[in-house]
Design a binder for this molecule. Structure first.
Ligand code: C2E
Ligand code: MG
Ligand code: MG
Length: 724
């Protein structure tokens, strides 16, 4: 409470008059009435006093030498801080002209001489009280304006009777006007409302008076400078004592920034920042709705889950920024493809879902699927589109998707089951050959279960000594002798029985155990080869299969060195079999490692040659000693001219590059003879010996050698027969 009189402080009055008697009278009466009184006998000193210590009230004589009362009053009112200080002017008796002039100069009230001092004291007290209330009101209004400014809020009201509107200064500011620039009418306000929102806002305004409580609306306005703002309005009717609406009062809040932040938060929560596609969370919500709809309408959905083959290589070779741009482009292509009319069946409703699940994983849900061929056609189209070359930061990049497909409701009625099954199918697509799609089948789940059992059992297999190595001899056709044996790992587990390496090696590659298992096989084989060397056994060299995962490790060369050192096997008696995919993977690094191994003296061969994509000419860059032609070509070589041609071409090219050629999977005498006639250097296969344990091989060696002799002999007798 700011009432100085009530609070006990005395209000201060300055009496300004050139007449000594009047000042003296004023001092006496006013002090008695509880005022603190100061005096001035002319205008300019009065002004100085007021400036130095502003009083609560001023009594100002009109007629003074020098500055008169009007001038003093006008000068004071020029100061904003003295705009509301109560000034009482003392005029001559009933002088109308003076009274009028005093009003114009800004006086608060007047009294005419001669003065009734006791009455004047009462008047001053009333004036003081009114001034305190006004001061309080101004303060409140200022506070309200500040609050409105901080809250970016303005207010308005419309008088229903007169249709006159009133806008607060802050509302003018929100609307981008100065109060003098536009009239506060509804029409002027509606002019600013975004044309899409105008009808809605107009309708709302028309109905606000019919409501009993606060109602609100949110809409856009376009300012004169073209800026678009979002505002929220709330309004309430004001009623008279009999319940009639007399006016409507409202507020307008500028919520532009708030909505932008909310949009951003929403964007971050539900959309992938990179591709701007829905993220996993939104995907889940969308799919839930889509599935509900499909359930009700008895329609089918297809979930296409895919990731990019070898995407890691793009990141590793070109950096994450390039990888990110590639992912964005993949997202764009997906959106374009699914929106394009030619990619979808004309009967389909195309509100498909496309989302990025994280990393290089994307998911597409196709709605209202009619048939399997619909899905297959779209899957093929996606492979085609995603596999087209990319131009990123001046690099030409290639990528391809492996797609797993699960259908609703056939492959699952719940999201999690569908996702799991699509993922299984994707995994199969990857294993089978990449850049392809696979529809989920029940067998995949069985296969996955089997892999999971293998995975679990494998974890303790090394410790339980469940692995062993078998050896399969390799024969030099030129010297007609066994020159080497390939080490092939074997696994026998209590629960699973014998598990083929063709089955468990890929699991070991996935769970990382291939590193320990591979090293174990390498060391075991080196020791075996050394023992055979010491015993003069006719296997002078050992060939060990190496997984890309082992090869790509920075400590791989050390592992090989250690195995050689610990076994004391000369390096040139060890051959490492690597796969073609390694040559294609990360060429520079692969070349370095291969060169280092070559310098060590270790021999290198390419296993299963012909199944990958490496060309013979590419081999020039690698220090390769031997190519092992894959058994799939050898198996039908005598019947299939195409396979025979490929084999012959490989042999001819390899010869020109000084690389040996070994044919795998030789099972029959016919194949043996055919390969001899083509000039193949070496063979390996069941015809000579199956892979067997070291002991068995030692025991079998005499019979294996006898068999070889017979084979070469019969060949000679065939020739003799032919010659004869
Ligand atoms: P691979 O290296 O191409 O080995 C040749 C495979 O063909 C062996 O199968 C062998 O038993 C089989 N084979 C040999 N001669 C014939 C034949 O005349 N006819 C037929 N039908 N098959 C023949 P295995 O032992 O089941 O090994 C399969 C694959 O597992 C190997 O193919 C190799 O890629 C991988 N593997 C085996 N041991 C290891 C190992 O220690 N480390 C790694 N990383 N992979 C291994
Ligand atoms: Mg091999
Ligand atoms: Mg092979």
């Amino acid at each position: 409470m700011n009432n100085k009189m009530l609070a006990g402080t005395k209000p201060k009055v300055i009496i300004v008059d050139d007449d000594d008697t009047t000042r003296m009278m004023a001092m006496g009466f006013l002090s008695q009435a509880g005022f603190t009184v100061a005096e001035a006998n002319e205008g300019s000193s009065a002004l100085r006093m007021v400036l130095a210590d502003p009083p609560d009230l001023i009594i100002l004589d009109v007629e003074m030498p020098g500055m008169d009362g009007f001038e003093v009053c006008t000068a004071l009112r020029d100061y904003p801080k003295f705009a509301h200080i109560p000034i009482l002017m003392l005029t001559g008796l009933e002088n109308d002209e003076y009274i009028e002039k005093a009003f114009v100069a800004g006086a608060t009230d007047f009294a005419s001489k001669p003065i009734n001092w006791s009455l004047l004291c009462h008047r001053l007290r009333y004036m003081h009280r009114t001034s305190l209330a006004a001061e309080q009101l101004v303060k409140e209004q200022t506070k309200l304006a500040v609050a409105q400014r901080i809250a970016q809020m303005g207010s308005w009201s419309i008088n229903i009777g007169t249709s006159k509107g009133e806008w607060s200064n802050q509302l003018y500011r929100i609307l981008g006007f100065k109060p003098a620039e536009t009239d506060s009418t509804i029409e002027n306000f509606l002019q600013l409302v975004h044309h899409h929102d105008r009808d809605r806002v107009e309708n709302w305004l028309l109905n606000v008076d019919k409501l009993v409580e606060v109602s609100s609306i949110e809409h856009r306005i376009i300012l004169n400078d073209g800026k678009v703002k979002t505002v929220r309005q709330q309004a309430e009717p004001e009623l008279d004592s009999v319940g009639r609406t007399i006016s409507i009062n409202g507020i307008v809040q500028d919520v532009t920034d708030q909505r932008l932040v909310e949009k951003k938060v929403h964007q971050l929560a539900y959309f992938d920042t990179l591709t701007r596609l829905p993220n996993r969370v939104l995907f889940h919500d969308q799919l839930t709705l889509t599935m509900e709809h499909a359930r009700k309408n008895n329609t089918r959905l297809a979930l296409l889950y895919f990731d990019l083959d070898d995407f890691k290589r793009v990141n590793d070779s070109f950096g994450h920024a390039v990888g990110d741009k590639l992912l964005c482009e993949v997202g764009n292509r997906l959106v374009d493809t699914l929106n394009a009319s030619d990619s979808v069946h004309e009967h389909r409703i195309t509100n498909d879902i496309i989302a990025r699940m994280g990393g290089d994983e994307f998911i597409i849900v196709l709605n209202s699927i009619q048939s399997c061929s619909d899905i297959e056609r779209i899957a093929e189209r996606i492979i085609e589109v995603v596999s087209a070359p990319y131009e990123v930061d001046g690099f030409e990049l290639f990528s391809s998707p492996s797609i797993g497909i699960a259908c609703f409701p056939k492959d699952g009625e719940e999201i999690e089951t569908l996702l799991k099954n699509a993922d299984l199918a994707m995994y199969e697509a990857k294993r089978t050959g990449k850049s392809m799609y696979m529809l989920h089948t029940d067998a995949m789940a069985e296969k996955a279960l089997r892999r999971s059992n293998i995975d679990i059992q494998m974890r303790s297999a090394l410790d339980n000594d469940e692995f062993s190595v078998n050896y399969q001899v390799q024969v030099d056709l030129e010297n007609k002798q066994i020159f080497s044996a390939e080490a092939l790992v074997r696994w026998k587990n209590d629960k699973l029985g014998f598990v083929s390496p063709a089955e468990f090696i890929s699991v070991a590659e996935d769970n990382g155990l291939i590193i320990a298992i591979g090293e174990w096989v390498l060391r075991k084989s080196c020791h075996q080869a050394k023992a055979w060397q010491d015993a003069d056994f006719p296997v002078s060299q050992i060939a060990v299969n190496i997984s890309v995962h082992q090869f790509m490790r920075s400590d791989f060369i050390d592992t090989v060195r250690r195995a050689l050192y610990d076994s004391q096997l000369p390096a040139d008696r060890l051959e490492l079999e690597i796969t073609e995919s390694l040559l294609a993977s990360d060429t520079n690094r692969a070349v370095d490692t291969l060169n280092e191994l070559h310098e060590l003296g270790v021999k290198l061969s390419i296993d299963d040659f012909g199944t990958g994509y490496s060309s013979l000419s590419q081999l020039k860059n690698f220090p390769i000693d031997r190519l092992k032609i894959d058994q799939s070509f050898i198996r039908n070589i005598t019947e299939n001219p195409h396979d025979a041609d490929i084999t012959k071409a490989i042999i001819a090219m390899a010869e020109s590059m000084n690389i040996h050629v070994l044919a795998e999977g030789v099972e029959t005498v016919d194949i043996f003879q055919f390969l001899r006639s083509c000039g193949c250097d070496e063979i390996q296969g069941y015809l000579i010996s199956k892979p067997v344990s070291a002991i068995e091989l030692e025991q079998n060696m005499p019979s294996v050698q006898a068999l070889l002799e017979e084979l070469f002999l019969s060949e000679n007798s065939d020739k003799l027969r032919l010659a004869g």
